[in-house]
Design a protein around this ligand. Structure first.
Ligand code: S5P
Length: 263
């Protein structure tokens, strides 16, 4: 069967990458394809929400550089929550420089992303060197990379031939590139598999004031055959309880997946 018709568990064998295998295993175990994009600015807010929503997500997506009070203690606390709630960590760093530079940005500086993020992402814009540079650091640590093949924002230039080239680049680095940030499944070949994660998911609004465009979990998972919904403000900025909102997205995402398997 095509990979969109296979369960997350059945797809584990399609990957050699440790992070990809661990993620699919975790999704099957926790029955969730929800990733929380926790874009808040203080340690306290971040850790409080992550502790509440942790049980319902497979992946916690960070923008580590937006924390105003980042310190090493934050990483310790984050790792504790990761163990407590059994989720993986995706630093949404969107690397976009030459191989040598991204190698330093990934492993050094104050954030030392490679030490704690299971998954990170990169723009394919600079060419294969960006993947090779990140791979030198990440692969020995069991990390995985996503390429930004499409973006959810209005007017995105990542379309058509650019998106195709991103897929080709991923194919040349199957050991390290585990999938894409995209709005839909990009490869429909049962012999190759990539994990697709889609941002721009919301149940209550269709856009923000800065170009973001939202689609529903059902649209993304069932109609576009994506694998993971990335939800930010829909969960943590709601007037309702964050746990209630997380559950609402978790159920919407998982039900759309079950429906896809049955269709
Ligand atoms: O194309 C993209 C790629 C990403 S990774 N569009 C996005 O919105 N993102 C990220 O997803 C973005 O940086 C943010 O962290 C999250 C969407 O957040 P929301 O609050 O709009 O759900």
């Amino acid at each position: 069967a095509f990979n969109s018709k296979k369960t997350y568990g059945e797809r584990i064998e399609n990957f050699t990458n440790i992070a990809a295998r661990e993620l699919l295993t975790l999704m099957e175990r926790k029955k969730t394809n929800l990733s929380l994009a926790l874009d808040v600015n203080t340690k306290r807010e971040f850790l409080e929400i992550a502790d509440k929503v942790g049980p319902y997500i497979c992946l916690l997506k960070t923008h580590i550089d937006i924390l105003v009070d980042f310190d090493q203690d934050f990483i310790e606390q984050l790792k504790k929550l990761q163990n407590k709630h059994d989720f993986m960590i995706f630093e949404d760093r969107k690397f976009a420089d030459i191989g040598n530079t991204v190698k330093h940005q990934y492993s050094k500086g104050i954030y030392k992303i490679a030490e704690w993020a299971n998954i990170t992402n990169a723009h394919p814009l600079p060419g294969d060197g960006i993947v090779s540079g990140l791979k030198e650091v990440g692969l020995p640590l069991g990390r995985g990379l996503l390429l930004l093949a499409e973006m959810s924002s209005k007017g995105s230039l990542a379309t058509g031939a650019y998106t195709e080239a991103a897929v080709e680049m991923a194919r040349r680095h199957r050991d390290f590139v585990i999938g894409f940030i995209a709005g839909r499944k990009l490869v429909s070949n049962e012999n190759e598999d990539f994990i697709v994660m889609s941002p721009g998911v919301g149940l209550d609004s269709s856009k923000d004031g800065l170009g973001q465009q939202y689609r529903t979990p059902r649209n993304v998972i069932l109609e576009s055959n994506s694998d993971i919904i990335i939800v930010g403000r829909g969960i943590y900025e709601s007037d309702k309880d964050v746990i209630e909102e997380a559950l609402r997205y978790k159920n919407a995402g998982w039900n759309a997946y079950l429906e896809r398997l049955m269709n």
